[in-house]
Design a protein around this ligand. Structure first.
Ligand SMILES: *Cc1c(COP(=O)(O)O)cnc(C)c1O
Length: 505
């Protein structure tokens, strides 16, 4: 039957979360042959047989196995799934390092503007002058924020930015005739750093942290020689600490001819307060999807622009949008003369850049600085609030996040960091990052973010305190091993999901 009324349900009877059903059928189970989400009225024009216009080698011989569902079932299915999901729009999401803050809705309206998102990436320059101006402005703003000279928006995420920045360093060193092949990384660095170094063909050299959780400069001095191509630093580091000797470290690395790479994924700690360029860095990537108003975590889209000093600008990926020097307000493209080439098709995830620029303009420099002030204030207040119940292996003022340890609680009660994290779900919060960074046992890496109110930060502190108290009470302790019991799914086997994905039932 051809249905012209496409909006009616069918297939397997749908379950509503409101009637207490635990399982949601897969979209394939909802499928009924012939059912469609939209169909066309018969226009009287004969259907074209694809075989009459395409060579047979371009035609499928078998039907594609796609689910066939009505619009009503499709929307019901995904709405029910969404209602079982915890999200940044729902409440606090203190997942350390990831900056899962609330993203303002005006950024969605910018991303929804047809003039921005309906443009074909192959459009001729004269039809996309607005887009080019936007990308050039975003580059100028990002350079102002980071203290750098030029930037590329091609990399699609932070790790892609790291690889790009390292390839730029490699191209620059090759150009100068250097054979240096080592990149130094502190042991408190983000896990993507050593992976990017290896991918870009350099060798990793790790330097330890000292007892305050910062780079051990004596250990650094011992590994510095002419074979060092550069050093990659995450700042604030993954312990949430600002590397106070950062300018001295930059000077030491420069003295042996190495370049300084700043992992600025967590720029929300330092906006308008300090700039990597002023601290002596040559390359910095930032994560627009963390700091500048793009929701993330479900696999994208992201944007990990790389900004560089003047000496490296010629090596950036291209082609790059630019102001045409001869005329005001006319924009075009140019290829940096020693470019490493493309790292993304077209212009990268351009709509994420549009969202980021809108966020920068909306907030202004004072608003961006306030965002960082609040990120740091919220983290320090939360840390101080739970200080009687949790240990901090590296004490002192933190930046936008801090790392607590449940080691003592585990020794005394058997309750682990994982149990504490899972128990937070029952109290209406997402869990923090756990067991990272690796240098802290039973780590709980907590980033309340700048968008949470004092009331929410207080409630999060109360939840963490309540869990710690229950861990010490023999009557309530065991329940923590079972948490969460109130969520649609309990403790998932994350490794199995990655190794044996079962997408079709
Ligand atoms: C998130 C993060 C990255 C990686 O960014 P992706 O966009 O996930 O690739 C790198 N470094 C630090 C410090 C981060 O927090």
């Amino acid at each position: 039957m051809t249905e012209l009324f496409d909006f009616v349900g069918g297939g397997v009877a749908s379950s509503s979360p409101l009637v207490g059903s635990d399982t949601e059928p897969t979209i394939f189970e909802l499928s009924v042959p012939g059912r469609k989400s939209s169909s066309f009225r018969n226009s009287g024009v004969d259907l074209l047989d694809p075989a009459s216009i395409l060579e047979s080698r371009f035609l499928r011989s078998e039907e594609v196995d796609l689910p066939e569902v009505s619009e009503r079932d499709l929307v019901g299915h995904y709405t029910r799934l969404a209602s079982r999901q915890y999200s940044v729009d729902m409440g606090a999401y203190p997942l350390g390092s990831c900056t899962m803050k609330y993203n303002p809705k005006f950024a969605d309206s910018v991303a929804g503007m047809p003039g921005l998102n309906r443009v074909h990436p192959g459009s001729p320059d004269e039809l996309v002058q607005g887009w080019l101006e936007l990308l050039v402005m975003a580059e100028e703003y990002l350079c102002e924020i980071t203290g750098m000279q030029a930037a590329t928006f091609q990399p699609a995420a932070g790790a892609a930015g790291e690889l790009t920045g390292l390839l730029v360093i490699r191209a620059y060193l090759q150009h100068t005739g250097s054979k240096a092949n080592k990149i130094i990384i502190p042991d408190s660095s983000h896990g993507t750093n050593p992976a990017s170094v290896t991918l870009s063909g350099f060798d990793v050299v790790t330097v330890p942290s000292d007892e305050s959780g910062l780079v051990d400069t004596d250990a650094l001095a011992k590994v510095l020689d002419g074979s060092v191509a550069g050093m990659m630093m995450t700042n604030p580091n993954t312990l949430g600490l600002f590397e106070v000797k950062i300018t001295e470290i930059a000077r030491m690395v420069h003295e042996v001819g190495g370049l300084m790479y700043y992992d600025g994924a967590n720029l929300n700690a330092v906006l308008g307060i300090s700039r990597p360029g002023d601290m002596g860095f040559d390359v910095v990537h930032s994560n627009l999807h963390k700091t500048f108003a793009t929701p993330h975590g479900g696999g994208g889209p992201g944007s990990g622009p790389v900004a560089v000093s003047g000496a490296l600008a010629d090596f950036l990926p291209g082609p790059k949008p630019c102001r045409l020097s001869d005329k005001e307000n006319e924009f075009g493209w140019y290829m940096p003369p020693r470019s490493i080439g493309r790292v993304h098709s077209h212009f990268g995830n351009a709509v994420v850049v549009a969202r980021a620029l809108a966020y920068m303009v909306y907030n202004g420099s004072d608003g961006l600085k306030m965002a960082s002030d609040l990120a740091v204030l919220n983290a320090n207040w939360l840390k101080a609030s739970i200080a009687d119940y949790y240990e901090f292996p590296f004490d002192g003022v933190c930046m936008h996040e801090f790392v607590a340890s449940a080691l003592q609680i585990k020794k005394e009660t058997g309750i682990r960091g994982l149990d504490i994290a899972k128990s937070l779900f029952e109290r209406g919060f997402h869990a923090p990052t756990v067991y990272f960074p690796l240098i802290v046992e039973e780590a709980l890496m907590i980033e309340p973010t700048e968008t949470e109110s004092p009331q929410t930060v207080r409630a999060l502190a109360d939840a963490l305190i309540d869990i710690a108290k229950r861990a010490h009470d023999p009557e309530t302790k065991d329940a923590l091993h079972d948490a969460p019991t109130t969520t649609p799914v309990r403790r998932l086997d994350e490794a199995r999901a990655a190794r044996n994905p079962k997408l079709i039932f």
